[in-house]
Design a protein around this ligand. Sequence first.
Ligand SMILES: NC(=O)c1ccc[n+]([C@@H]2O[C@H](COP(=O)([O-])OP(=O)(O)OC[C@H]3O[C@@H](n4cnc5c(N)ncnc54)[C@H](O)[C@@H]3O)[C@@H](O)[C@H]2O)c1
Length: 260
Amino acid sequence: MTGMLDGKVALITGASSGIGRGAALRLAKEGARVLLADMQDEEGESLRREIEQEGGIAAYAHCDVSQDEEVRQAVQTAVKRFGRLDTVLANAGINGVWAPIEELTPVEWDKTIAINLRGTFLTLHHAIPHLRSAGGGSILITSSVNGNRTFSSAGASAYSTSKAGQVAFMKMAALELGRYNIRVNAICPGAIHTNIGKSTTKRDTEEVEVKADIEMTDFLNEGQGEPQDVADVCLFLASDLSRHVSGVEIYVDGGASLLK
Ligand SMILES: NC(=O)c1ccc[n+]([C@@H]2O[C@H](COP(=O)([O-])OP(=O)(O)OC[C@H]3O[C@@H](n4cnc5c(N)ncnc54)[C@H](O)[C@@H]3O)[C@@H](O)[C@H]2O)c1
């Protein structure tokens, strides 16, 4: 059987859980060889086995995306193991601490920005030379509705700022890299069932919440998506079906962020 990504190699950060995991399974099913990068080693290795049991090809590398050298090594591992790099999904991220701005500590602010924004920069920084060597490629960045179309998550100022920054960075990169046949796009999910709640700390957010009375039942799928919904968009952006698509953010939220 031929897959949409036969012969391609993809690097996915934050691959051990949630959206990254869903995308890894989907891209591998379409023939991509996948380098799974994350800090949750057990879950990453278990995903590698799952992909291989289904007939796919994957490897796992431990990598904290906020650390320059660790990202460089993860990218190197992908190229050494699979010989090339065609697709990058800069996906690793945390919600971090959500708190009133006057209470949020500089250390908490820095951590969210370091993982979500610096991590995205480091991933592209190290991957681009290999995408150029391959004659082009597709870069996907997992941003969010937060910071781009909605501002309703009380206390999420650092998170929303990092997610808006990712979209600005994506647009700069799309312009810069078009000449190398590299496309760059962002995916902005709404509420997706993942483990992101585990990386969320909320403190006194009720103090700064602006209440809006919105019934989620009025939205498509009640405004709740699954990792597979995001994975299908990743497949489109990674494949040649999107060969003329670059510099855009795609909302995967059932339309909910139009209002909430
Ligand atoms: N779930 C949602 O509703 C939602 C909505 C919008 C955007 N997002 C974005 O999707 C991306 C993935 O989140 P998810 O919902 O799948 O969450 P998740 O917690 O299920 O998965 C995130 C993965 O990233 C990894 N990770 C965290 N910090 C890391 C680091 N420093 N280096 C490498 N890996 C790291 C975690 O170990 C985990 O495996 C994030 O960028 C998040 O902001 C999620």
